[in-house]
Ligand binder design. Structure first.
Ligand SMILES: [Zn+2]
Length: 74
């Protein structure tokens, strides 16, 4: 595992889309490489922001649909 490999795989790694062996190799590389650790932390942060914005939007959309449905019924 070198930096180029790690950077190519880090996105899948964050999505838990890599197999155990590859995940272990990436974990080991990140532990020993500040540059890839930074990249991992940045991607991880980005994923959290995306996930949180999805979580806060979804209920509103559901509520809107329900309101629309109620309006149509009314
Ligand atoms: Zn690296």
């Amino acid at each position: 595992m070198d930096c180029a490999d790690c950077q190519e795989q880090v996105h899948e790694y964050l999505q838990r889309e890599v197999n155990e062996d590859l995940a272990a190799a990436i974990t080991a590389h990140i532990a020993n490489c500040d540059h890839c650790e930074d990249l991992y932390a940045t991607e991880d942060q980005l994923n959290k922001v995306i996930r949180e914005s999805c979580e806060t939007q979804t209920p509103e959309q559901v509520i809107d649909k329900i309101r629309q449905h109620i309006a149509e019924l009314g």
